[in-house]
Write a protein that binds this ligand. Structure first.
Ligand SMILES: [Zn+2]
Length: 112
């Protein structure tokens, strides 16, 4: 859609909207609450004849959310933690780079 210059803003909400509603009512939807481990509640809606998944991605923090508020699924693996560890290791093995940097800094100081 977007801005259509020819149409006044109030043009919507008439017969077109009613037609929409009728179509959706023929396929009833249910709202299913999910909770993530940060206690965020999200309630996506599903077609009543669709299978409701066990988990749902929390739209706020991205964690998986479950249908049992008292027992939400844990964080999505320890992937971020692993990445951080790898990052630390990388930095340790990168001490050559640090030495080069220190040397460069010393030279810079001498120049000043
Ligand atoms: Zn969340």
């Amino acid at each position: 859609m977007g801005a259509s210059p020819g149409l006044p803003g109030g043009g919507r909400g008439g017969a077109g909207a009613v037609g929409w509603g009728e179509r959706w009512e023929s396929a009833p939807r249910v709202r299913v609450p999910f909770w993530c481990s940060n206690n965020h509640e999200t309630r996506p809606s599903f077609a009543s004849d669709a299978a409701v998944p066990e988990t749902w991605d929390c739209p706020r923090c991205g964690f998986p959310a479950g249908r049992d508020q008292a027992n939400p699924p844990g964080p999505p693996r320890s992937e971020p933690y692993k990445t951080h560890l790898a990052y630390v290791k990388e930095r340790r093995s990168d001490s050559d780079g640090a030495a080069i940097l220190a040397e460069a800094l010393q030279r810079l100081r001498k120049d000043i």
